[in-house]
Design a protein around this ligand. Structure first.
Ligand code: FES
Length: 56
């Protein structure tokens, strides 16, 4: 599902970024550009990152 509409970034991409070592929104923002435009996706992206960190 799309999380960041500004950059067409999906939850799968965010989870993959966490699997590759990202552990914060700042990390994923640097890697994918998530939440660097309107910012509306920041909360959902953060939730996905936290859930994925607990899972790993
Ligand atoms: Fe992610 Fe706008 S929806 S920056």
């Amino acid at each position: 599902m799309y999380v960041c509409l500004c950059h067409a970034i999906t939850d799968t991409q965010i989870k993959a970024a966490v699997s590759q070592g990202d552990c914060s929104l700042a990390d994923v923002k640097k890697r994918l550009g998530v939440a660097d435009q309107c910012g509306k996706c920041a909360r959902m992206a953060t939730n996905i990152i936290q859930t994925q960190l607990e899972y790993e």
